[in-house]
Write a protein that binds this ligand. Structure first.
Ligand code: HEM
Ligand SMILES: *[C@@H]1O[C@H](CO)[C@@H](O)[C@H](O)[C@H]1NC(C)=O
Ligand SMILES: *[C@@H]1O[C@H](CO)[C@@H](O)[C@H](O)[C@H]1NC(C)=O
Length: 339
Protein backbone atom coordinates (compact mmCIF):
# COMPACT_ATOMS: atom_id res chain seq x y z
CA UNK A 1 0.00 0.00 0.00
CA UNK A 2 2.88 2.33 0.75
CA UNK A 3 4.31 2.26 -2.82
CA UNK A 4 0.91 3.48 -4.09
CA UNK A 5 1.53 6.72 -2.22
CA UNK A 6 5.01 7.20 -3.56
CA UNK A 7 4.12 9.15 -6.72
CA UNK A 8 2.00 11.65 -4.84
CA UNK A 9 4.52 11.86 -1.97
CA UNK A 10 7.38 12.59 -4.38
CA UNK A 11 5.30 15.15 -6.13
CA UNK A 12 4.61 16.98 -2.93
CA UNK A 13 8.04 16.47 -1.39
CA UNK A 14 9.33 20.01 -1.92
CA UNK A 15 6.05 21.53 -0.87
CA UNK A 16 6.04 19.45 2.27
CA UNK A 17 9.51 20.65 3.23
CA UNK A 18 8.27 24.20 3.33
CA UNK A 19 5.41 23.54 5.69
CA UNK A 20 4.92 22.45 9.26
CA UNK A 21 4.38 18.89 10.46
CA UNK A 22 0.67 19.56 10.54
CA UNK A 23 0.77 19.78 6.78
CA UNK A 24 2.33 16.32 6.54
CA UNK A 25 -0.82 14.97 8.15
CA UNK A 26 -2.88 16.69 5.45
CA UNK A 27 -0.67 15.21 2.75
CA UNK A 28 -0.97 11.77 4.33
CA UNK A 29 -4.74 12.21 4.33
CA UNK A 30 -4.82 13.19 0.66
CA UNK A 31 -2.65 10.20 -0.13
CA UNK A 32 -4.94 7.93 1.86
CA UNK A 33 -8.03 9.27 0.06
CA UNK A 34 -6.36 8.82 -3.32
CA UNK A 35 -5.55 5.26 -2.33
CA UNK A 36 -9.12 4.52 -1.25
CA UNK A 37 -10.58 5.90 -4.48
CA UNK A 38 -8.19 3.76 -6.54
CA UNK A 39 -8.99 0.70 -4.50
CA UNK A 40 -12.65 1.37 -5.09
CA UNK A 41 -12.46 1.15 -8.88
CA UNK A 42 -9.10 -0.54 -9.58
CA UNK A 43 -8.82 1.57 -12.72
CA UNK A 44 -5.77 1.78 -14.92
CA UNK A 45 -4.32 5.20 -15.67
CA UNK A 46 -2.08 6.46 -18.44
CA UNK A 47 -0.08 8.53 -15.91
CA UNK A 48 0.45 5.65 -13.48
CA UNK A 49 4.26 5.74 -13.72
CA UNK A 50 4.71 9.42 -14.50
CA UNK A 51 6.53 10.14 -11.26
CA UNK A 52 7.92 6.67 -10.47
CA UNK A 53 9.32 5.93 -13.93
CA UNK A 54 9.11 9.07 -16.07
CA UNK A 55 11.20 7.65 -18.93
CA UNK A 56 9.33 4.37 -19.18
CA UNK A 57 7.67 5.04 -22.53
CA UNK A 58 10.87 6.19 -24.23
CA UNK A 59 12.79 3.18 -22.87
CA UNK A 60 10.18 0.82 -24.31
CA UNK A 61 9.97 2.72 -27.61
CA UNK A 62 13.70 2.72 -28.16
CA UNK A 63 14.08 -1.03 -27.51
CA UNK A 64 11.10 -1.76 -29.75
CA UNK A 65 12.52 0.44 -32.51
CA UNK A 66 15.76 -1.55 -32.42
CA UNK A 67 13.92 -4.87 -32.38
CA UNK A 68 11.67 -3.94 -35.32
CA UNK A 69 14.62 -2.58 -37.29
CA UNK A 70 16.35 -5.93 -36.80
CA UNK A 71 13.27 -7.95 -37.80
CA UNK A 72 9.96 -6.38 -38.78
CA UNK A 73 7.91 -9.48 -38.00
CA UNK A 74 8.75 -9.14 -34.31
CA UNK A 75 6.21 -6.30 -34.11
CA UNK A 76 3.50 -8.74 -35.17
CA UNK A 77 4.72 -11.33 -32.70
CA UNK A 78 4.61 -8.88 -29.79
CA UNK A 79 1.11 -7.67 -30.70
CA UNK A 80 -0.04 -11.27 -30.66
CA UNK A 81 1.66 -11.91 -27.29
CA UNK A 82 -0.41 -9.14 -25.76
CA UNK A 83 -3.64 -10.67 -27.15
CA UNK A 84 -2.65 -14.09 -25.82
CA UNK A 85 -1.82 -12.57 -22.43
CA UNK A 86 -5.09 -10.66 -22.08
CA UNK A 87 -7.36 -13.55 -23.12
CA UNK A 88 -6.00 -15.86 -20.42
CA UNK A 89 -7.02 -14.62 -16.96
CA UNK A 90 -6.60 -11.00 -18.02
CA UNK A 91 -3.60 -8.87 -18.98
CA UNK A 92 -1.34 -10.07 -16.17
CA UNK A 93 1.89 -11.12 -17.88
CA UNK A 94 1.04 -14.79 -17.32
CA UNK A 95 2.07 -15.78 -20.85
CA UNK A 96 5.63 -14.61 -20.11
CA UNK A 97 6.23 -17.20 -17.37
CA UNK A 98 8.54 -20.08 -18.27
CA UNK A 99 7.77 -23.68 -17.40
CA UNK A 100 9.96 -25.19 -14.69
CA UNK A 101 9.98 -28.59 -13.00
CA UNK A 102 7.56 -27.23 -10.42
CA UNK A 103 5.59 -24.71 -12.49
CA UNK A 104 3.49 -25.13 -15.62
CA UNK A 105 2.97 -21.97 -17.64
CA UNK A 106 1.02 -21.22 -20.81
CA UNK A 107 3.78 -21.45 -23.39
CA UNK A 108 3.01 -25.02 -24.44
CA UNK A 109 -0.75 -24.52 -24.80
CA UNK A 110 -1.98 -25.46 -28.28
CA UNK A 111 -2.32 -21.89 -29.62
CA UNK A 112 1.10 -20.94 -28.17
CA UNK A 113 3.37 -23.96 -28.61
CA UNK A 114 6.00 -23.43 -31.34
CA UNK A 115 4.14 -20.28 -32.27
CA UNK A 116 4.37 -17.36 -29.84
CA UNK A 117 7.60 -15.42 -30.01
CA UNK A 118 9.19 -12.18 -28.83
CA UNK A 119 10.01 -13.13 -25.23
CA UNK A 120 13.66 -12.11 -25.65
CA UNK A 121 12.56 -8.61 -26.68
CA UNK A 122 10.37 -8.30 -23.58
CA UNK A 123 13.37 -9.45 -21.50
CA UNK A 124 15.56 -6.74 -23.03
CA UNK A 125 12.98 -4.05 -22.35
CA UNK A 126 12.49 -5.32 -18.79
CA UNK A 127 16.26 -5.21 -18.14
CA UNK A 128 16.43 -1.61 -19.37
CA UNK A 129 13.35 -0.61 -17.37
CA UNK A 130 14.68 -2.31 -14.22
CA UNK A 131 17.92 -0.37 -14.40
CA UNK A 132 16.04 2.93 -14.68
CA UNK A 133 13.24 2.14 -12.19
CA UNK A 134 13.87 -1.01 -10.12
CA UNK A 135 10.87 -3.14 -9.10
CA UNK A 136 8.40 -0.52 -10.29
CA UNK A 137 6.95 -1.44 -13.68
CA UNK A 138 5.04 -4.67 -14.29
CA UNK A 139 5.78 -7.03 -17.16
CA UNK A 140 2.10 -6.83 -18.06
CA UNK A 141 2.39 -3.06 -18.59
CA UNK A 142 5.64 -3.44 -20.54
CA UNK A 143 3.84 -5.85 -22.87
CA UNK A 144 0.91 -3.41 -23.30
CA UNK A 145 3.30 -0.59 -24.25
CA UNK A 146 5.39 -2.83 -26.52
CA UNK A 147 2.25 -3.97 -28.36
CA UNK A 148 1.19 -0.35 -28.98
CA UNK A 149 4.69 0.52 -30.16
CA UNK A 150 4.69 -2.47 -32.52
CA UNK A 151 1.59 -1.19 -34.26
CA UNK A 152 2.98 2.35 -34.49
CA UNK A 153 6.40 1.24 -35.75
CA UNK A 154 4.76 -0.78 -38.53
CA UNK A 155 2.82 2.26 -39.70
CA UNK A 156 -0.41 1.82 -37.77
CA UNK A 157 -2.33 4.18 -35.48
CA UNK A 158 -1.27 5.18 -32.00
CA UNK A 159 -3.18 5.37 -28.72
CA UNK A 160 -2.57 6.22 -25.09
CA UNK A 161 -2.01 3.05 -23.06
CA UNK A 162 -3.71 2.83 -19.65
CA UNK A 163 -1.21 1.48 -17.09
CA UNK A 164 -1.07 0.13 -13.56
CA UNK A 165 -1.41 -3.60 -14.18
CA UNK A 166 0.47 -5.94 -11.88
CA UNK A 167 1.93 -9.35 -12.66
CA UNK A 168 0.35 -12.69 -11.96
CA UNK A 169 2.07 -15.23 -9.76
CA UNK A 170 0.17 -17.99 -11.53
CA UNK A 171 -0.60 -19.09 -15.07
CA UNK A 172 -3.16 -21.42 -16.60
CA UNK A 173 -2.33 -23.89 -19.33
CA UNK A 174 -5.92 -25.14 -19.39
CA UNK A 175 -7.40 -21.63 -19.72
CA UNK A 176 -4.95 -20.87 -22.54
CA UNK A 177 -6.24 -23.98 -24.28
CA UNK A 178 -9.90 -23.20 -23.69
CA UNK A 179 -10.08 -19.40 -24.05
CA UNK A 180 -7.80 -18.58 -26.99
CA UNK A 181 -9.85 -18.85 -30.19
CA UNK A 182 -8.94 -21.53 -32.72
CA UNK A 183 -8.40 -20.72 -36.43
CA UNK A 184 -11.04 -23.37 -37.16
CA UNK A 185 -13.68 -21.31 -35.32
CA UNK A 186 -17.01 -20.39 -36.87
CA UNK A 187 -18.24 -16.79 -36.65
CA UNK A 188 -20.54 -17.78 -33.79
CA UNK A 189 -17.62 -19.32 -31.90
CA UNK A 190 -15.46 -16.23 -32.45
CA UNK A 191 -18.22 -13.93 -31.24
CA UNK A 192 -18.69 -16.10 -28.18
CA UNK A 193 -14.94 -16.30 -27.37
CA UNK A 194 -14.73 -12.49 -27.47
CA UNK A 195 -18.00 -12.02 -25.63
CA UNK A 196 -16.61 -14.19 -22.81
CA UNK A 197 -13.95 -11.49 -22.39
CA UNK A 198 -16.39 -8.59 -22.47
CA UNK A 199 -15.65 -7.75 -26.12
CA UNK A 200 -18.45 -7.39 -28.66
CA UNK A 201 -18.57 -8.41 -32.31
CA UNK A 202 -17.37 -4.98 -33.43
CA UNK A 203 -14.31 -5.39 -31.20
CA UNK A 204 -13.80 -8.86 -32.71
CA UNK A 205 -13.86 -7.58 -36.26
CA UNK A 206 -11.66 -4.56 -35.51
CA UNK A 207 -9.10 -6.53 -33.48
CA UNK A 208 -8.90 -9.22 -36.16
CA UNK A 209 -7.36 -6.48 -38.30
CA UNK A 210 -4.23 -7.31 -36.26
CA UNK A 211 -3.83 -9.95 -38.98
CA UNK A 212 -2.71 -7.17 -41.32
CA UNK A 213 0.78 -8.06 -40.06
CA UNK A 214 2.67 -11.28 -39.36
CA UNK A 215 2.57 -14.85 -40.51
CA UNK A 216 0.82 -18.15 -39.96
CA UNK A 217 2.09 -21.70 -40.12
CA UNK A 218 0.63 -24.06 -42.69
CA UNK A 219 -0.86 -26.26 -39.97
CA UNK A 220 -3.22 -23.41 -39.12
CA UNK A 221 -4.50 -22.68 -42.64
CA UNK A 222 -4.23 -26.06 -44.39
CA UNK A 223 -7.88 -26.99 -43.94
CA UNK A 224 -9.01 -23.62 -45.25
CA UNK A 225 -6.96 -23.69 -48.46
CA UNK A 226 -7.81 -27.35 -49.28
CA UNK A 227 -11.32 -27.89 -47.94
CA UNK A 228 -13.22 -24.63 -47.81
CA UNK A 229 -15.39 -23.28 -50.61
CA UNK A 230 -15.40 -19.61 -49.60
CA UNK A 231 -11.89 -18.97 -50.86
CA UNK A 232 -10.58 -17.42 -54.08
CA UNK A 233 -9.31 -20.39 -56.09
CA UNK A 234 -6.17 -18.70 -57.44
CA UNK A 235 -5.30 -17.65 -53.91
CA UNK A 236 -5.88 -21.19 -52.60
CA UNK A 237 -3.66 -22.66 -55.33
CA UNK A 238 -0.84 -20.25 -54.62
CA UNK A 239 -0.94 -20.97 -50.89
CA UNK A 240 -1.05 -24.73 -51.53
CA UNK A 241 2.33 -24.49 -53.27
CA UNK A 242 4.06 -24.02 -49.91
CA UNK A 243 1.62 -25.92 -47.70
CA UNK A 244 1.28 -29.61 -48.61
CA UNK A 245 -2.11 -31.22 -48.07
CA UNK A 246 -0.74 -34.15 -46.07
CA UNK A 247 -1.03 -33.40 -42.38
CA UNK A 248 2.39 -33.38 -40.74
CA UNK A 249 4.19 -32.30 -43.88
CA UNK A 250 5.32 -28.68 -44.03
CA UNK A 251 3.33 -27.84 -40.90
CA UNK A 252 5.66 -24.99 -39.97
CA UNK A 253 5.89 -23.43 -43.46
CA UNK A 254 4.96 -19.78 -43.17
CA UNK A 255 2.63 -17.59 -45.21
CA UNK A 256 1.72 -13.94 -44.64
CA UNK A 257 -1.64 -13.35 -42.99
CA UNK A 258 -2.06 -10.30 -45.23
CA UNK A 259 -0.78 -11.08 -48.69
CA UNK A 260 0.00 -7.54 -49.82
CA UNK A 261 1.93 -6.00 -46.97
CA UNK A 262 2.97 -8.40 -44.26
CA UNK A 263 4.89 -5.80 -42.28
CA UNK A 264 2.68 -2.77 -42.79
CA UNK A 265 -0.21 -2.09 -40.46
CA UNK A 266 -3.11 -1.01 -42.69
CA UNK A 267 -6.63 -2.10 -43.72
CA UNK A 268 -5.50 -4.51 -46.47
CA UNK A 269 -6.68 -7.37 -44.28
CA UNK A 270 -10.29 -6.33 -44.99
CA UNK A 271 -9.62 -5.82 -48.70
CA UNK A 272 -8.46 -9.44 -48.79
CA UNK A 273 -11.51 -10.74 -46.96
CA UNK A 274 -13.88 -9.11 -49.43
CA UNK A 275 -12.14 -10.90 -52.34
CA UNK A 276 -12.05 -14.17 -50.32
CA UNK A 277 -8.36 -14.12 -49.66
CA UNK A 278 -8.44 -14.52 -45.91
CA UNK A 279 -5.67 -16.95 -44.92
CA UNK A 280 -7.32 -18.54 -41.89
CA UNK A 281 -10.75 -20.13 -41.85
CA UNK A 282 -11.52 -17.84 -38.89
CA UNK A 283 -10.51 -14.75 -40.89
CA UNK A 284 -12.86 -15.56 -43.75
CA UNK A 285 -15.68 -16.22 -41.29
CA UNK A 286 -15.85 -12.44 -40.77
CA UNK A 287 -16.91 -12.10 -44.41
CA UNK A 288 -19.00 -15.10 -45.26
CA UNK A 289 -22.54 -13.79 -45.67
CA UNK A 290 -22.81 -13.14 -41.95
CA UNK A 291 -23.35 -10.33 -39.49
CA UNK A 292 -19.86 -8.82 -39.90
CA UNK A 293 -19.91 -8.41 -43.71
CA UNK A 294 -20.97 -4.79 -43.65
CA UNK A 295 -18.40 -3.82 -41.04
CA UNK A 296 -15.66 -5.58 -43.03
CA UNK A 297 -16.72 -3.58 -46.10
CA UNK A 298 -16.67 -0.40 -44.02
CA UNK A 299 -13.12 -1.03 -42.77
CA UNK A 300 -12.01 -1.92 -46.29
CA UNK A 301 -13.25 1.43 -47.56
CA UNK A 302 -12.27 3.53 -44.60
CA UNK A 303 -8.87 3.07 -42.98
CA UNK A 304 -9.62 5.86 -40.48
CA UNK A 305 -12.72 4.02 -39.26
CA UNK A 306 -10.63 0.86 -38.85
CA UNK A 307 -7.91 2.76 -36.96
CA UNK A 308 -10.45 4.38 -34.65
CA UNK A 309 -12.18 1.10 -33.80
CA UNK A 310 -8.94 -0.88 -33.56
CA UNK A 311 -7.37 1.50 -31.05
CA UNK A 312 -10.55 1.66 -28.97
CA UNK A 313 -10.76 -2.14 -28.95
CA UNK A 314 -7.07 -2.49 -28.00
CA UNK A 315 -7.72 -0.32 -24.95
CA UNK A 316 -10.78 -2.41 -24.12
CA UNK A 317 -8.80 -5.65 -24.51
CA UNK A 318 -6.05 -4.16 -22.34
CA UNK A 319 -8.61 -3.62 -19.58
CA UNK A 320 -9.52 -7.31 -19.28
CA UNK A 321 -9.32 -8.15 -15.56
CA UNK A 322 -6.03 -6.51 -14.66
CA UNK A 323 -4.44 -7.16 -11.28
CA UNK A 324 -4.15 -3.82 -9.48
CA UNK A 325 -3.37 -2.38 -6.06
CA UNK A 326 -2.06 -5.14 -3.79
CA UNK A 327 -2.96 -8.04 -6.11
CA UNK A 328 -0.13 -9.83 -7.88
CA UNK A 329 3.38 -8.42 -7.85
CA UNK A 330 5.92 -6.45 -9.86
CA UNK A 331 8.02 -9.26 -11.29
CA UNK A 332 11.76 -8.60 -11.43
CA UNK A 333 12.25 -11.15 -14.21
CA UNK A 334 9.28 -11.50 -16.57
CA UNK A 335 9.97 -15.23 -16.97
CA UNK A 336 9.50 -16.17 -13.31
CA UNK A 337 7.58 -15.15 -10.23
CA UNK A 338 9.61 -13.36 -7.56
CA UNK A 339 11.43 -15.84 -5.33
C1 HEM B 1 -10.19 -13.66 -33.80
C2 HEM B 1 -9.57 -14.71 -33.35
C3 HEM B 1 -8.15 -15.01 -33.70
C4 HEM B 1 -7.68 -16.20 -34.14
C5 HEM B 1 -8.48 -17.48 -34.36
C6 HEM B 1 -6.26 -16.03 -34.39
C7 HEM B 1 -5.43 -17.03 -34.82
C8 HEM B 1 -4.12 -16.84 -35.22
C9 HEM B 1 -3.28 -17.86 -35.79
C10 HEM B 1 -3.68 -19.31 -36.00
C11 HEM B 1 -2.09 -17.29 -36.09
C12 HEM B 1 -0.87 -17.98 -36.71
C13 HEM B 1 -0.05 -18.62 -35.62
C14 HEM B 1 0.97 -19.60 -36.15
O1 HEM B 1 0.71 -20.24 -37.15
O2 HEM B 1 2.05 -19.74 -35.53
C15 HEM B 1 -2.17 -15.91 -35.70
C16 HEM B 1 -1.15 -15.00 -35.85
C17 HEM B 1 -1.24 -13.69 -35.46
N1 HEM B 1 -2.29 -13.12 -34.75
FE1 HEM B 1 -4.10 -13.90 -34.45
N2 HEM B 1 -5.91 -14.77 -34.08
C18 HEM B 1 -7.02 -14.09 -33.66
C19 HEM B 1 -7.08 -12.80 -33.20
C20 HEM B 1 -5.99 -11.95 -33.12
C21 HEM B 1 -6.00 -10.67 -32.47
C22 HEM B 1 -7.18 -10.08 -31.70
C23 HEM B 1 -4.76 -10.13 -32.64
C24 HEM B 1 -4.22 -8.81 -32.17
C25 HEM B 1 -4.93 -7.73 -32.05
C26 HEM B 1 -3.99 -11.08 -33.41
C27 HEM B 1 -2.71 -10.88 -33.84
C28 HEM B 1 -1.97 -11.82 -34.55
C29 HEM B 1 -0.68 -11.51 -35.16
C30 HEM B 1 -0.03 -10.14 -35.20
C31 HEM B 1 -0.22 -12.71 -35.71
C32 HEM B 1 1.13 -12.93 -36.43
C33 HEM B 1 2.18 -13.28 -35.39
C34 HEM B 1 3.58 -13.49 -35.94
O3 HEM B 1 3.83 -13.31 -37.13
O4 HEM B 1 4.44 -13.86 -35.11
N3 HEM B 1 -4.76 -12.18 -33.65
N4 HEM B 1 -3.41 -15.67 -35.17
C1 LIG C 1 5.11 -28.54 -28.00
O1 LIG C 1 5.99 -28.64 -29.07
C2 LIG C 1 7.05 -29.56 -28.85
C3 LIG C 1 8.03 -29.43 -30.01
O2 LIG C 1 7.40 -29.62 -31.22
C4 LIG C 1 6.50 -30.95 -28.69
O3 LIG C 1 7.54 -31.88 -28.47
C5 LIG C 1 5.54 -30.94 -27.52
O4 LIG C 1 4.92 -32.21 -27.42
C6 LIG C 1 4.49 -29.88 -27.66
N1 LIG C 1 3.76 -29.77 -26.44
C7 LIG C 1 2.45 -29.83 -26.39
C8 LIG C 1 1.84 -29.71 -25.05
O5 LIG C 1 1.75 -29.98 -27.38
C1 LIG D 1 -23.15 -15.68 -50.11
O1 LIG D 1 -24.40 -15.64 -50.75
C2 LIG D 1 -24.32 -15.50 -52.17
C3 LIG D 1 -25.73 -15.38 -52.71
O2 LIG D 1 -26.59 -16.28 -52.08
C4 LIG D 1 -23.57 -16.68 -52.75
O3 LIG D 1 -23.44 -16.50 -54.15
C5 LIG D 1 -22.19 -16.76 -52.12
O4 LIG D 1 -21.48 -17.86 -52.59
C6 LIG D 1 -22.32 -16.83 -50.60
N1 LIG D 1 -21.03 -16.94 -49.95
C7 LIG D 1 -20.18 -15.95 -49.78
C8 LIG D 1 -18.91 -16.28 -49.08
O5 LIG D 1 -20.34 -14.81 -50.18
Amino acid sequence: MVPRCRPLALHLQSAMAKFSNGCVVVVALICFLAMISRTANGQLSSTFYSSTCPNLQSIVRSAMTQAVNREKRIGASILRLFFHDCFVNGCDGSILLDDTSSFTGEKTAGPNNNSVRGFDVIDTIKTNVESACPSTVSCADILALAARDSVVLLGGPTWTVPLGRRDATTASLSTANSDLPSPASSLAQLISAFSNKGLNSRDLTALSGGHTIGQSRCVNFRAHIYNDANIDSAFATSRQANCPSASGSGDDNLAPLDLQTLVVFDNDYYKNLVVRRGLLHSDQELFNNGSQDSLVRQYRNNNAAFSRDFTAAMIKMGNISPLTETSGEIRVNCRKVNG
